[in-house]
Write a new protein. Sequence first.
Length: 187
Amino acid sequence: MALAVKRDAGMDVPTFRRWVEARPEHERWELLDGEPVLMAPPGERHQRIVMNLAGRLDALAEPRGCRAMPGLAILRDAMDDFAPIPDVVVRCGPPLPDGYAADPLLVAEVLSPSTVSLDRGRKFDFYRTVPSLKVLLIVYSDEARVEVWRRGAEDWGGTAFGLDGTVALPELDGAVPVRDIYRGLTS
């Protein structure tokens, strides 16, 4: 006997937010195309890159009244079935009452081999539709490479930097040497 299973239409962000509140604190979930996705714990190399990057970005952001933080979900009113969690978010303005930001200035994704297609695909496309977002950083964990995607007048343009490069961030009145992002890591 065959069993037919009806697929739900998917969660919207308000339903997801209620659902995730009941999950254990140690679990990290993001909403992608209406589906809750459990995030695996990142490896130590990944986390080192995130900490290095967040520290450098926060030092640039703070004098402007902004903050760099890991673990905030990004929202967009026009897309109610998506709430991805990038590795680092820079935002300005008053502190959020929760972990959901609709006004990021900069988003950084540190790529892991297991998430590269999602981070470079669907999430990348979503971030570029967020009206407040000016800069998107794609940081590789398996090589010293940072892609800087910046919103232009008509579209987004990208530039890649290696270990000896420096990521200019005029939005934060500063720059981050790529070498600093990979500080403390060998090979």
